[in-house]
Design a protein around this ligand. Structure first.
Ligand SMILES: [Zn+2]
Length: 386
């Protein structure tokens, strides 16, 4: 889901209600404790040496720290996923009632509408039927954006975290909140599992009925530091109250894939999530500069030996939903004779593109593959193309 252009936001400090039933709290504490214990056992790569050195005093050896694995917290109190249940036990479908409509991808309106996150239903409601579940940070991170004005985005009230300890430093997003936990604001550090707010059904421009209150949860990458320039050029005709954390600058990937990789022990680093994404196309672009996107996420760049800042262009593998996930430098020779910022699609994967038909990535023009509307947007944002 994308937060569309909306009016000026008036920040309203929202208070969340604390407390939840004892059994659930106990379960959560137990889970949290387990997490803390396993973190303590693993150590963090950045401070492991300090801990090991003191711990090993007198023994003469320094234990090698175990590799740091990404450790995720489920963003709601629903224990179903952790218990191995199928998505029926946690996914909130749209009015269609089709389970897939609450999943990530081209899952709505017969596959023609893209859903950029995972919708999770509550397991606790008050007497009036409103959701009561707290919403938790999936990973330790830093609050980058709190939009407390429900009407200022199709996300309703939402929070964006960035996760600088991860590689790449993904964002996570928590939308349709009923309220935001007090103390949440840009720059605030949160632990994995910290309460961010309360699940709800806030939404700007439309109504989510009580029966379908849910958390819209996203994980992904931020496209550009120059979002305001792109937003102005597109001429939406309304201010952007969300700065860099407007949904149009955030590109989600499948949250369930992330959790599945973690469960399978394959999420050594967050990179594994992006390596696992099906590739829809490969393009080449005659753009010599280094976009802030690839400086922000350098692990997505192949170790090609090219010196920083040198090169004539890029070759990029784009996921089936439009995320530029693998970058390789091209020499000036490889784009010799190309127009500045010329884009050529050099490979397509028809079955991946077909599975993501709500995303218009490749069109045919006189028999030649050219960027479709959604890929054009990505190129505009990342490379500043007009
Ligand atoms: Zn959603």
């Amino acid at each position: 889901m994308r937060s569309g252009p909306v009016g000026e936001s008036k920040e309203v400090a929202a208070r969340s209600r604390r407390g939840r039933p004892g059994f659930r709290r106990a379960a959560w504490v137990a889970l949290g404790l387990g997490l803390i214990l396993s973190l303590a056992a693993c150590g963090d790569a950045s401070n492991a040496n300090v801990g090991d050195a003191s711990g090993a005093a007198g023994s003469g050896t320094i234990a090698k720290p175990a590799p740091r694995r990404v450790q995720l917290v489920w963003p709601t109190p629903n224990p179903a996923y952790a218990a191995g249940a199928t998505p029926e036990a946690y996914v909130q479908p749209t009015e269609s009632g089709l389970l897939e409509s609450g999943l990530f991808g081209s899952v709505r309106s017969g596959g023609r509408q893209f859903h950029e996150g995972l919708d999770l239903f509550p397991i606790e409601r008050d007497k009036a039927g409103e959701a009561l579940d707290p919403v938790f940070a999936a990973l330790a991170g830093v609050v980058r954006h709190v939009s407390a004005n429900a009407g200022a985005s199709s996300y309703g009230r939402y929070i964006v975290l960035e996760h600088p300890d991860e590689t790449p430093a993904v964002y996570t997003l928590y939308a349709h909140l009923a309220s935001v936990e007090s103390g949440m604001g840009p720059g605030v550090k949160v632990a994995a599992g910290a309460t961010l707010g309360k699940m709800g059904r806030s939404a700007g421009g439309y109504t989510i009925p009580k029966s379908r209150a849910h958390l819209h949860f996203e994980v992904g990458l931020r496209m550009t530091d120059s979002f305001s320039a792109w937003y102005a050029r597109r001429g939406f005709g309304s201010p952007n109250p969300h700065g860099l954390y407007n949904g149009m600058n955030l590109m989600g990937v499948d949250p369930l894939l992330m959790y599945a990789l973690e469960r399978a022990g394959k999420l050594e680093r967050m990179d594994a999530l992006f390596e696992a994404l099906p590739i829809g196309l490969t393009l080449r672009i005659a753009h010599a500069g280094e976009p802030d996107f690839i400086r922000r996420y350098p692990s997505l760049r192949a170790r090609d030996g090219a010196a920083e800042g040198l090169g004539g262009g890029w070759e990029i593998d784009v996921s089936g939903t439009g995320v530029p996930v693998r970058w390789k430098r091209l020499s000036a020779d490889e784009v010799a004779g190309w127009k500045r910022d010329e884009v050529r699609i050099v490979a397509t994967h028809a079955e991946v593109l077909a599975a993501n038909r709500a995303r218009d990535l490749v069109d045919k023009k006189r028999g030649v593959d050219v960027p479709g509307e959604d890929l054009q947007t990505v190129l505009q944002q990342v490379f500043g193309l007009r």
